[in-house]
Design a protein around this ligand. Structure first.
Ligand code: TLP
Length: 345
């Protein structure tokens, strides 16, 4: 049976060009910093994000964790969105391993946190209080339906944080989706933050990896923390090679995923029993079921028809467009959703 997989853009498979580059990659021991392919990937990433240096990590989760470990001390407080990926889906690593308190600030539907609320959440000097030392932002915002943060918003949030002595980390797992949607270079969206990470293994289709970018000093410290976490990889140029191809060939293509996401959202909102609550800006479509059908039943029904979407709550689902799915597949998926929902109802 043909499968149309819309659970995530993490399901994308490497291209032929990536596989060839992996096969041919020149490699060395990266713990000794002797892997030329990793060096090239890190330099390319730093340049594209407008930072001095970059570090290749196993995953977005590890990059976010490293950013927190490097920029806080045990007992510090980190401000982050109540819908942020770090708060929801990173196994509480920042608290478990970094010993920080996660202080959530409400995210609005557009992925922003109110600037006044950010400022008023920063602790004053008081013997009873933990010290607030880091603000985390997310662009695009996963749980807020792939919404984008503009460079102006990010600068304004960073200005407040810096004025109070905080550092700023940007979880830019999908920052290239934001850059394409806003027609700006990714470096502009990260200009005022101290650290930014992005993922190679989402819409960019590489098999593994993420990059954390920042100053030379920050990256040197992150390299040591990465080693402590067991993330010092040896001849990982084999996977970094695919990442280079991803950055060189896959960024502009993300616009297709965005077109397909809008096509999906339009189709979904024409199906009785489905509500698409927000405008779609990138490749993530959150939607709700308004009939007496749970999302688990709905997802199970779709699975039998070869269409996969993600679970987001009792009546909430998520579909993420990606390179493995074209416009015709979207129409086919819509047809299955329409027919399947009629049968269920
Ligand atoms: N997100 C995954 C799942 O973990 C939910 C997905 O399918 O969307 N930041 C953001 C904004 C992310 O969306 C993700 C992955 C990560 C960090 C973590 O990246 P990985 O999966 O590489 O650890």
């Amino acid at each position: 049976m043909k499968i149309i997989d819309l659970r995530s853009d993490t399901v994308t498979l490497p291209t032929e060009e990536m596989r060839l580059a992996m096969y041919q990659a020149e490699v060395g021991d990266d713990v000794y910093q002797e892997d030329p392919t990793i060096d090239s990937l890190e330099q390319l990433a730093a340049q594209m994000l407008g930072k001095e240096a970059a570090l290749f990590t196993t995953s977005g989760t590890m990059s976010n964790l490293l950013a927190i470990l490097v920029q806080t001390h045990h007992g510090d407080e980190v401000l982050l969105g109540d819908e942020s990926h770090t708060f929801w889906y990173e196994v509480g690593g920042a608290s478990a391993l970094g010993g920080v308190v996660m202080h959530t600030v409400p995210n609005s539907q557009d992925g922003q946190m109110d600037l006044n609320m950010i400022e008023s959440s920063i602790r004053s000097q008081n013997i009873h209080f933990p010290q607030t030392t880091l603000l985390c932002l997310e662009n695009t915002h996963n749980r807020c339906g792939g919404s984008v943060l503009t460079a102006d918003y990010t600068s304004a949030a960073a200005e407040i944080a810096h004025r109070h002595g905080l550092r700023v980390h940007l979880d830019g797992a999908r920052i290239f989706n934001a850059a394409i949607a806003l027609y700006v270079p990714a470096s502009e969206l990260a200009a005022d933050v101290d650290s930014v990470c992005f993922c190679l293994s989402k819409g960019l289709s590489a098999p593994v990896g993420s990059l954390l970018c920042g100053t030379e000093e920050l990256i040197e410290s992150a390299r040591k923390w990465r080693k402590m976490l067991g993330g010092g990889m040896r001849q990982a140029g084999v996977i970094a090679a695919a990442g280079i191809v991803a950055l060189q060939t896959m960024v502009a293509r993300l616009a297709e995923d965005h077109d397909n996401a809008r096509r999906l959202a339009r189709g979904l909102s024409n199906i009785p029993g489905i509500i698409v609550p927000h405008e779609v800006q990138t490749n993530i479509v959150n939607f709700e079921l308004s009939l007496k059908v749970s999302s688990s039943e709905f997802i199970q029904m779709l699975n039998t028809r070869g269409v996969k979407v993600g679970y987001r709550g009792d009546n909430k689902c998520r579909a993420v467009t990606n390179r493995m799915v074209n416009g015709e597949d979207i129409d086919e998926a819509l047809n299955h959703i329409d027919l399947g929902l009629r049968e269920l109802h």
